[in-house]
Design a protein around this ligand. Structure first.
Ligand SMILES: [Zn+2]
Length: 306
């Protein structure tokens, strides 16, 4: 699932491309995406004719700000990613080899080359047509994404945004604030880091990476962490997330940026999905264990349970 670095990279790409553009049409083969309003027609009435005034993010939600004080929220979930480009109906495409390779897909990229022909970008389930001929599309293999639209205050008042923990990379989120959110918090550190009500935007990939950098075992109980360890954790969190953001995210799974390109963090990742490979610090083989139904990757020598 795209996490903070991936969602932020997408949001920045969308902001560059969509700001000032008007939405003039909508196509989807999966109206279940719409949770508010719940019907395709209701959603259509709300977005068509509105201009994009800017795009940013909160936690893993992409926030597309619209004219008339409206907000379009997209949670990309497991395999969704938003793309800006041009597609045409497969039946009209002159690119026979791509049409063959992607048989069964209704839309194909107009240009025959470039990152959009990465097969991970082929699951086009929803398109917003823009007034300059380009399109905002959702490629989503597993169809778990979630889309909401309404007046800004109403959307910000929904649990999706209201119940979120602080943003870990904000300049004013210092160690004092970070330490405070651990007071009275209980549980295994890996699960706590991944809880969006605790802290926003961290999922399976970066919780593994952060805990390795901080030398903390993923099953450590947070109530046992001392100030020294919390400081290490805070620094690791900020530096890993910043590094991943600089490298435009991790593309091991389905994530691609708004122009269809891969992120660069997979190549430098320390432990995530590196089971049995040597730890970059001590060469001990990386182990994988289950934590609350999710996999955790860690170094058994550097990340000892205290
Ligand atoms: Zn190690």
């Amino acid at each position: 699932m795209p996490e903070l670095p991936e969602v932020e990279t997408i949001a920045k790409g969308l902001d560059r491309n969509l700001r000032g553009r008007k939405i003039v049409g909508l196509w989807t083969d999966w109206p279940k995406y719409f949770k508010l309003p719940r019907t395709e027609n209701g959603f259509r009435r709300l977005v068509i004719g509105k201009k994009v005034t800017g795009v940013d993010r909160r936690a893993k939600n992409v926030l597309i700000h619209l004219s008339d004080n409206h907000l379009l929220l997209v949670h990309q979930k497991m395999s969704g990613h938003l793309l800006v480009g041009q597609w045409q109906k497969a039946s009209r495409s002159r690119n026979k080899s791509l049409a063959d390779a992607w048989a069964g897909q209704e839309w194909l990229p107009v240009s025959g080359g470039g990152p959009m022909i990465d097969p991970k970008n082929r699951f086009i389930r929803l398109i917003l047509f823009l007034d300059d001929g380009r399109m905002l599309a959702l490629s989503d293999l597993r169809r778990f994404a979630k889309i909401l639209c309404g007046p800004r205050e109403k959307i910000f008042d929904l649990p999706d945004l209201k119940n979120l923990g602080p943003e870990p990379l904000l300049p004013n989120f210092g160690f004092a604030e970070f330490g405070k959110i651990f007071e009275r918090k209980k549980g295994r550190i890996k699960q706590v880091l991944m809880d969006p009500r605790f802290i926003a935007g961290i999922g399976n990939i970066y919780s593994d990476e952060i805990l390795w950098a901080a030398k903390i075992h993923p099953l450590t109980r947070v109530e046992s962490l001392g100030v020294k360890q919390l400081k290490k954790l805070y620094q690791a969190m900020r530096s890993i997330l910043r590094k991943a953001l600089r490298l435009r995210g991790t593309s091991i799974d389905d994530y691609r940026d708004a122009s269809g390109r891969r992120g660069g963090y997979d190549k430098v990742r320390y432990v995530y999905q590196r089971e049995d490979e040597p730890c970059p610090r001590c060469r001990a083989p990386i182990q994988r264990i289950k934590v609350g139904g999710r996999s955790a990757h860690f170094c058994p020598r550097c990340q000892k349970m205290k």
